[in-house]
Design a protein around this ligand. Sequence first.
Ligand code: GDP
Ligand code: MN
Length: 392
Amino acid sequence: MKIHEYQAKEILQRYGVRVQGGQVAETVEEAVAAWRRLQEAGHELAVIKAQIHAGGRGKGGGVQLVRSEEEVREVAGAMLGRMLKTPQTGPEGQKVRKVFVAEGLDLDREFYVGVVLDRARACPVLMVSAEGGVEIEEVARERPEAILKLALDVDRGLQPFQARRAAFFLGLRGEEMKKAVPFLTGLVRAWLELDCSLAEINPLVVTRQGEVVALDAKMNFDGNALYRHPELAAMRDLHEEDPREVEASKYGLNYIALDGNIGCMVNGAGLAMATMDTIQLHGGRPANFLDVGGGADEQAITAAFRILLGDAQVKGILVNIFGGIMRCDVIARGVIAAARNVSLDRPLVVRLEGTNVEEGRRLLEESGLPLTPAASLDEAARLVCEAVHATA
Ligand code: GDP
Ligand code: MN
């Protein structure tokens, strides 16, 4: 699960991480009130930052410096309610519903700091680089030596010597080093305690006044651990998520939208992956990953059909179900009822295998539905690719 920058900053502050302060605003008037408060605190410069779940906002015009109330009105008015396109959003962009009105800082140097899980080393790592403000993936590709990675002990967190080593690598000395140590330690502690999958500060800055501050903040959380953090779960912003994925999650379906044109409905994540691979092998492109789970009932299958058919990109559907715990006849009844509930207007290929498969196939055949049965996964993938190819 992702959250907004302003939420991540609120959280990190509680862990002793110094952040660029500010206030979130949903209207121009709220933005003006936030600006006035910054002025009263002695700031002459503010930054208006669009709050969307995507980075690269600076490049898309979603981060702007302002120096007067008129500018605040102008910039906040132009951002709020508009679509913001950045290198990380889709081509239509994402709608800006909130802006963060932050204190403007006088930057001296920008760095990159991130905590991620290193699957190869099977532990979290702290990554730091003096090349801040740019895409870290690019640095990793072109100049891997410019990134320092420190393996973290999950019980102890960041050790003082590690924090000093990271700060030293960034070229921080004296007072700057002293400020960087609690900053990095707090960041790692937040990552561990809150079950993060990512905590990234890009950029971490040293201001001309010598302060070490998080100018940006991104935190992602492990969805499977959210039950331990109801206060984090409450930060979920459904506006930022794909509406089909939100709908699917209501029925316990594991659905991820992709950009192909063959809708897939499969039980079991492994089988779903294999199905997507086989479609690709036959020259097709899956429109989604969808695992309906082991105990999907008629209602869940109907919801799944509705989501697949609601996608105009989908030109054909492949249902690939292995009846293990669930029996094929039960699944066939679910598929038939669901296909009748929604108006099935695109080619549908169904492959069933497992317990009571003969009964399941007979039910499909007798249903009179315009579906194509398939005996194997390979055949099913080939048939759906051909059907989609024929309609294109
Ligand atoms: P992102 O583009 O979505 O990653 O948004 P960031 O929060 O990282 O901001 C992008 C860039 O805007 C930063 O790298 C800075 O160069 C600039 N920026 C943001 N806040 C300030 C500020 O207070 N002062 C100055 N001078 N630049 C800022
Ligand atoms: Mn950033």
